[in-house]
Design a protein around this ligand. Sequence first.
Ligand SMILES: NC(=O)c1ccc[n+]([C@@H]2O[C@H](COP(=O)([O-])OP(=O)(O)OC[C@H]3O[C@@H](n4cnc5c(N)ncnc54)[C@H](O)[C@@H]3O)[C@@H](O)[C@H]2O)c1
Length: 470
Amino acid sequence: MADRRKFLKQFGASVIAGSAISLQGNASESYVEQRRLLVERKFAAADRISIACIGMGIMGQRNVKTALQVPGVELVGVCDLYKGRLDRSRELFGKDIFITQDYKEILNRKDIDAVIIATSDQWHDKISIDAMKAGKAVYCEKPMVHQLNQGWPVINVQKQTGAILQVGSQRVSSVAYAKAKELYKAGEIGQLNCIEASFDRHTAMGAWQYTMPLDASVDSIAWKKYFKDGNSPAFDPKRFFWWRNYKEYGTGVAGDLFVHLLSGIHFLTDSKGPSRIYATGDLGYWKDGRNVPDIMTGVMEYKACKEHPAFQVLLKVNLASGAEKVESGKVKFYGTEGMIDFGWNDFVLYRNKFSPAPGYGGWDAFDTYPLAMQEKIKADYAKKYTGKSIADFPAIKFSAPDGYDDRLDHFINFFDSVRTKKPVVEDASFGFRAAAPCLACNESYFQGKVMHWDGVLMKLTSWQVEKLTS
Ligand SMILES: NC(=O)c1ccc[n+]([C@@H]2O[C@H](COP(=O)([O-])OP(=O)(O)OC[C@H]3O[C@@H](n4cnc5c(N)ncnc54)[C@H](O)[C@@H]3O)[C@@H](O)[C@H]2O)c1
């Protein structure tokens, strides 16, 4: 009962009644019902899932809090390289949890069923692979990998071990994206031809200059363990706490943020990815020693295939955007007969059918002709088109309830797969297909080249592979 109350509180009673949602159909109600059944399911002792989290920074701590909302999930241990975050983990999750600076100690424990991987990006592939080989189910944060050549090894190990691996792009489990997908598939925006998506930020934190701890040093950080190849440079707290700003550990705005956008796009369209990718960028404002751009634009070409028509994708991240107060980003799907305009977990779908009557006048050649001819054109037009105008279709609005958290849905889906062994909602192939075009944006920016990608085979075209710098 306590779990159910928690669940109902999170969703708001009005949502269960369906009244907070204005849309066609009742998919949202059946969705909420389905979620409630999942939460209400009784768990036997053997159904309890013991988890650990590797990487207990901002996302790791938030992920653990979210995962623990799923009934039957308990935290056994955490791993982080910085001691302050291990102390904080005990403050948050209890003094009895196991703590370590060596993730292998987590993987060696037989009493841990699943691990969340929320380290900086450069470790995602290695820890995922080691965890799957150690028999753990894996929830790995996005981007699934740090380099283009790391995708297949993760996919292969998942296939060999049969391990559950879900990538952490929560849009894939979002009720708003699920509803929009239904409407898109029903043809409500006509034929999709373009998607524009962006993030606009205007703060130091938005540009990844997070608060530094007071004791950052080699005494509080297992500095050597931070480097996969064992070669550690001189201690530099920025490379550790502001890792996103360095391509050696992070994936820049493309891997960090474009990947959220592409995950939503691929989920909605069932696409396997673009065929041509080009990115430009610049480091114009946050010149703090970082070696990745603070503004980037990516253009991607999606070819027609059985899943979708041909469409263009324009992505942009601007970490020094004066627009942030009015517009912190957008995701817009344009079709021939409408447009879906997403907020975070809400959207408006505007419908705009083509008129069978072309119209005349206004910014047109009509009034450039002699008056007698204009009269004749008018009369002909009336004969041909009267009664053929098209009615206005009202917009469709959807909004997830207050407090809705798509990450909780993503974890519910993950733990459901851990328990029932059913396929995850975002597997390694999906994760790589979302990450790879973003990593290709970085390659395009650094090399100044158009990248050619095969989303079905998940490979760069062969002539480009040898030329990769990474
Ligand atoms: N899904 C989302 O919405 C979302 C949002 C933010 C971040 N993320 C992802 O989560 C990950 C973490 O981001 P963050 O903002 O929490 O970073 P963070 O810097 O706050 O935390 C990363 C932590 O990983 C630890 N770490 C690094 N290498 C490690 C290793 N080998 N073993 C153990 N611990 C290690 C560091 O000590 C650090 O505390 C990133 O991959 C990021 O892309 C996802």
